[in-house]
Ligand binder design. Structure first.
Ligand code: PMP
Ligand code: GLN
Length: 378
C-alpha cells in the first residue's frame, strides 16, 4: 500500500522515553510529571464514578465542566464563551487539534506553522491533503519576522497554527506578536488555531496572551487546552477547545464521529475541582520554582541557556561541549550519562540543528538535583 504519510516515522517522544527506560536514564525527555497528581482530584473522579457518571457524556462534553471552563475565561480574560455552543471537551489537546484541522483543511489548502513546531500539527495537515507552509525560527530567541509571515500568506492560506507558551522552545508571544497576527488575518477567512495548552505556566510576572484577548482574532480562532498539563495528569488525556459558534458547529460535525464524547467521570471530577480557581492559578509559581532550581543547579555547567519564559521545558545549548548532531548527542547522553532529553532538530524545517536539547522540569526536586549532577559533569 502507499503510505498517506510517507515521511513520518515514530514520534521522538516515544523514541526517547523508550531509550530512557532501556538505559535506566533520568527521563527529562517526554513532557510529563514524575510526582503524583492531586489526591483531591482523584477522589472527585472516584466520587463521580460512584455517583453514576459512568455512561456517555453529552457529545460536546459534561455541561458542568463546560460551565467551569466558561467561568475560567470570564475570570482570567474577561472573555465570553457560551458553555453550550462554544466549548467542546476532547480527548486531550491532540484530538482537538486533529479534529480542527480535519474540519477545515481541504486538499491543497495551505496551513502556516512556526518551526520548531510540536509534532502533531504537520501530520494532521498532510493527512487531510493540506500543504504545510513553515516559517523557521532560530535559537535562542525564536523571534518572528512578521514581514516574512505576511509574505507567506496567500489566497490559499486556510489556517495559521500558533502555540504560546511554546513547546519546545519555552518562549512566549508578546502582545505585539498577537496584534501583528490579528492585523495580518483581519478581513480574511483564515482560521487561527491557538494551541494554549501551557496557558497557566508563564514565568517572571509575564501574562499569557490568549487569542481570546484580541476581539477580532477571537472571531477567527480556536483555542485548544489540555487538563493534563494543568492538573499534572497527562495520562488522563482530557482537554477542550473553544471557538465562536459558527466554527464550533463545523468542529462538532467531525468530533461526533471520531470520538463522540470522552471519559465522563474525569470530566465531572475536573468540573468539581475547578470550582476553586486556585487549582490552576498557582501553576506558574509552582513551575517557576522548579525552573529556577534547575537553572541554579546547572549555572556552572558547560550548557548555555536563556531561561524558559513558559511551559515546563528548558532548552539548553551544548555547542561549547560537542559538535555532534543533536539527535546523536541526545541518544549518547541517554546511553552513556543516563539522562534523556529531546533534540530540537526533529521539530525544525529540514532538520535544522541549532545544537540545543529540551529538558522537562516537571519533576520532583530530587530528580532535578540528580539530573543537574549529571549535566554538571558533561
Ligand atoms: N500541544 C502541545 C504544544 C503540547 O505540548 C501537547 C502535549 N505535549 C499537546 C498539544 C497535546 O496535549 P494532550 O496531551 O492533552 O493531547
Ligand atoms: N507533549 C509532550 C511533550 O512535548 C509529549 C506528548 C507525547 O508524548 N505525544 O513532551
Amino acid at each position: 500500500h502507499q503510505s498517506k504519510l510517507p515521511n513520518i516515522g515514530t514520534t521522538i517522544f516515544t523514541i526517547m522515553s523508550a531509550l530512557a527506560s532501556e538505559h535506566k536514564a533520568i527521563n527529562l525527555s517526554q513532557g510529563f510529571p514524575n510526582y503524583p497528581s492531586s489526591l483531591k482530584l482523584n477522589d472527585l473522579v472516584a466520587d463521580a464514578m460512584n455517583n453514576g457518571y459512568n455512561q456517555y457524556a453529552p457529545m460536546a462534553g459534561n455541561l458542568e465542566l463546560r460551565l467551569a471552563i466558561s467561568n475560567k475565561y470570564q475570570l482570567l480574560y474577561n472573555s465570553t464563551y457560551h458553555p453550550e455552543k462554544e466549548i467542546t471537551i476532547t480527548a486531550g489537546a491532540t484530538q482537538a487539534i486533529y479534529t480542527i484541522v480535519s474540519a477545515f483543511v481541504r486538499p491543497d489548502d495551505e496551513v502556516i506553522i512556526f518551526k520548531p513546531a510540536y509534532d502533531c500539527y504537520q501530520p494532521a495537515i498532510e493527512v487531510n491533503g493540506g500543504k504545510t507552509i513553515a516559517i523557521q525560527l532560530s535559537a535562542p530567541h525564536y523571534k518572528i519576522d512578521w514581514n516574512e509571515v505576511a509574505s507567506k500568506i496567500s489566497n490559499k492560506t486556510k489556517m495559521v497554527i500558533i502555540n504560546s507558551p511554546h513547546n519546545p522552545s519555552g518562549t512566549i508571544w508578546s502582545t505585539a506578536d498577537m496584534l501583528a497576527l490579528q492585523k495580518l488575518t483581519k478581513n480574511t477567512n483564515i482560521i487561527v488555531l491557538s494551541d494554549e495548552v501551557y496557558e497557566h505556566i508563564v514565568f517572571d510576572g509575564e501574562q499569557h496572551q490568549s487569542a481570546c484577548l484580541f476581539s477580532d482574532l477571537k472571531q477567527r480562532s480556536f483555542i485548544t487546552a489540555s487538563f493534563g498539563k494543568t492538573f499534572h495528569n497527562t495520562g488522563w488525556k482530557i482537554g477542550y477547545c473553544c471557538a465562536p459558534e459558527d466554527l464550533m458547529v463545523e468542529f462538532r460535525k467531525i468530533h461526533q464521529f471520531n470520538v463522540f464524547s470522552v471519559h465522563h467521570p474525569s470530566q465531572k471530577g475536573i468540573a468539581d475541582y475547578m470550582q476553586d480557581s486556585e487549582t490552576y492559578l498557582g501553576l506558574s509559581q509552582f513551575f517557576q520554582q522548579k525552573r529556577n532550581l534547575f537553572l541554579n543547579l546547572i549555572s556552572e555547567s558547560r550548557f548555555k541557556f536563556t531561561p524558559s519564559q513558559g511551559t515546563y521545558f528548558q532548552v539548553l545549548d551544548y555547542s561549547d561541549i560537542t559538535d555532534e548532531h543533536d539527535v546523536d548527542f541526545a541518544k549518547r547522553l541517554t546511553r552513556e550519562f543516563k539522562i534523556a532529553s529531546i533534540p530540537l532538530s526533529v521539530f525544525n524545517e529540514k532538520d535544522k540543528d541549532d545544537r540545543v536539547l529540551r529538558f522537562c522540569f516537571a519533576k520532583t526536586d530530587e530528580t532535578l538535583v540528580k539530573a543537574a549532577e549529571i549535566l554538571n559533569i558533561i
